[in-house]
Design a protein around this ligand. Structure first.
Ligand code: ZN
Length: 330
């Protein structure tokens, strides 16, 4: 790599950005010939600045400055410092803007609550599951993707909602081998959006798993209740587990039998039992008996996204970056 490019990379690294996000944003048109040309160097700086949400001036000067500096709302804030928060926000807002640009026909969810959304999904299928939630979100103009590239070296983000005026995008972070935990996260983020938690902020970041994080504020409790109402029909579902001495196979068996009666997807029902009893490891083990072998849930989410996005509207520069971030680039 030429001297100017490596200086640029070092500056971005010093600002806290991970190698993987710098690689994802690095333009595919970059070549050694361009490195020798000052206008090529300038074009590289502008392209990286646009994609990573940093000020292009900072890429020449001493200090890289993020455009969205500490304006997002962070949940379970403990370890991240201000620079990391700015890096995460700028990354998310830039991605969210591209996604919203490429997602036509918004249908506002004004006046909708968890029960109305649940009924809308149940009109087409037996359960409110991940597939049903994804179809609903895309149907009303809320893009949802699963991140495969993270802006910080520590993978410290569970999920994020980005707002651009009256439009929203949802970025899922933590990977899962089964759909139910991802469905819960998506329902929780949808809750933040519908409940107006982004009214005065461009982004809301759930750093930890909202289902198990100990330090929950009022908005977290509200978003959880919304998620449970949407997925199960009640904010605090009562699930009888008999004498409490269940194991993973017997739990899987019980929830699979009970699912049609309650119209609650079996994996979600198992997680509800964990929520109530604290038996998270047994519930997670039960998922294997419910679904069989684990699969790449992120791929299902992003295959749908890749089909739904109007790539022409996104544009080729942002489109390349988005495909890198989604892990869908051939
Ligand atoms: Zn949350």
């Amino acid at each position: 790599m030429d001297l100017e490019s490596s200086k640029l990379r070092r500056r971005l690294r010093e600002a806290g950005l991970s190698d993987q996000v710098i690689d994802a944003a690095w333009p595919s048109w970059w070549s050694d010939d361009l490195a020798a040309d000052p206008s090529g160097q300038a074009e590289l700086r502008f392209a990286l600045a646009r994609k990573l949400g940093v000020s292009p001036r900072g890429l020449i000067g001493e200090r890289v400055e993020f455009i969205w500096n500490d304006e997002a709302r962070f949940k379970h804030l403990s370890t991240e410092d201000a620079a990391q928060r700015a890096a995460l926000t700028s990354f998310g807002v830039t991605i969210g803007r591209s996604l919203i640009r490429g997602t036509p026909s918004p249908t506002p969810l004004d006046g909708f609550d968890a029960h109305l959304i649940r009924n809308a999904v149940l009109a087409n299928q037996n359960y409110v599951d991940l597939g049903g939630l994804l179809a609903l979100c895309w149907g009303v103009g809320i893009p949802v993707i699963h991140l495969r590239v993270f802006p910080l070296d520590t993978k410290s983000m569970h999920a994020m909602v980005v707002r651009v005026e009256d439009r929203y995008a949802i970025l899922l972070g933590r990977d899962a081998g089964y759909p139910a935990p991802v469905a819960f996260t998506l329902a929780h983020e949808l809750g933040h959006l519908v409940l107006g938690h982004l009214r005065d902020t461009p982004a809301l970041v759930d750093l930890k798993d909202p289902a198990t994080a100990p330090d929950r504020d009022d908005q977290e409790v509200e978003a959880d209740e919304f998620a449970l109402s949407l997925l199960t029909g009640r904010p605090d579902p009562e699930i009888a587990t008999g004498n409490g001495s269940f194991n993973a196979p017997s739990l899987a068996n019980a929830v699979t039998k009970a699912a049609p009666r309650y119209r609650i997807e079996p994996g979600t029902l198992a997680l509800c039992v964990a929520h109530r009893t604290g038996a998270w490891s047994r519930a997670m083990a039960a998922l294997k008996f419910i679904y069989g072998e684990p699969k790449q849930v992120w791929r299902e989410v992003n295959d749908i996204a890749a089909e739904q996005i109007d790539w022409e509207q996104v544009g080729s520069e942002s489109g390349d970056y988005l495909q890198n971030v989604m892990g869908t680039r051939a």
